[in-house]
Write a protein that binds this ligand. Structure first.
Ligand SMILES: Cc1cc2nc3c(=O)[nH]c(=O)nc-3n(C[C@H](O)[C@H](O)[C@H](O)COP(=O)(O)OP(=O)(O)OC[C@H]3O[C@@H](n4cnc5c(N)ncnc54)[C@H](O)[C@@H]3O)c2cc1C
Length: 261
């Protein structure tokens, strides 16, 4: 579509100012921040289980530049007018994670969104989820919407035993935690290779560290020959990169998980 053929320009997305209601550590590495307040009325909920928002931060002085950080909306509670975001706390670097680690009730967080792309297809024969802790909010939300007779496996790579969580899932959907602190980009791909492949149409949701996603992409497309329409795959972050650099690199070959055809 050209600009001139557009009948009405897309309205600018409003910024929502939400207020921290509470926070809760789900593990030493994951903190859930519950947000609400009058700004919640502007939140246009969506059905996708991987729906995400862009959180607004400012880099430290002297630059003091506005930047955004992308996070999954883990759960929306229309009744209490709150939404939850689960932050991986990955050390002292960064803006969003350090903010979340010390967020106190009453603090204001501005955000844009939500956007979203994935909702489990109830017609799939089986499901395969793969990711790291950053994808746990999206994977957990998807597992909760699967039918009770859904089958498959969720593979989640974490650094330490105490990062493992108890996720609700249908009985036929195995949640398998891979504890490995080496950050070897093939770890998750090897776990995918080890899955006993079932008959029928598999639906894949794989998101996490960029190089790890490139490795699982090779398994899905080069080794298993899956159709792209059955695979939701993207990088959520890249080791050693701030989100600003990670997003900018999407325009370069290193940032492309699925090379352009
Ligand atoms: C659609 C989408 C949904 C996402 N959902 C979530 C979510 O629900 N929860 C969540 O925690 N993250 C999520 N992420 C990832 C999150 O946006 C990035 O981790 C982001 O870089 C964190 O910002 P920051 O300010 O804490 O760190 P940055 O300033 O961006 O980075 C600082 C340093 O920390 C490193 N780093 C960043 N993230 C991690 C990590 N997870 N583990 C180890 N080191 C890291 C970077 O490589 C860099 O060296 C999502 C990303 C996308 C694209």
């Amino acid at each position: 579509m050209t600009l001139s053929s557009r009948t009405s320009p897309r309205p600018p997305r409003p910024t929502l100012d939400l207020v921290v209601v509470s926070s809760e550590w789900l593990s030493p590495y994951l903190v859930r921040v519950r947000l609400g307040g009058p700004g919640f009325a502007l939140f246009g909920d969506r059905p996708e289980t991987d729906k995400y928002v862009k959180l607004k931060f400012t880099t430290p002085p002297p630059e003091s530049l506005p930047v955004t950080r992308t996070y999954t909306v883990r759960r929306v509670d229309a009744q209490s007018q709150t939404l939850d975001i689960d932050f991986v706390v990955h050390g002292s670097e960064g803006l969003a994670a350090p903010w979340a680690a010390v967020a106190e009730p009453g603090a204001v967080l501005s955000l844009l969104g939500p956007g979203g792309g994935y909702l489990p297809n109830p017609d799939a024969d089986w499901y395969l989820f793969a990711g790291d802790l950053s994808a746990v909010p999206a994977i957990a939300a998807a597992l909760e919407t699967l039918p009770e007779d859904a089958v498959g496996v969720a593979l989640i790579e974490v650094d330490a035993e105490d990062a493992v969580l108890d996720l609700a899932a249908p009985p036929g959907l195995e949640v398998r935690w891979i504890v490995d602190s080496t950050h070897d980009e093939e770890t998750l791909a090897d776990a995918v290779r080890a899955v006993s492949w079932r008959d029928g149409h598999v639906e894949v949701f794989a998101h996490g560290e960029r190089e790890s996603m490139k490795a699982v992409r090779r398994v899905f497309f080069d080794e298993r020959g899956l159709e792209r329409s059955h695979v939701s795959l993207s990088g959520y972050w890249a080791r050693g990169r701030t989100e600003d650099r990670f997003q900018a690199e999407k325009r370069e070959p290193i940032g492309q998980i699925i090379p352009a055809q």
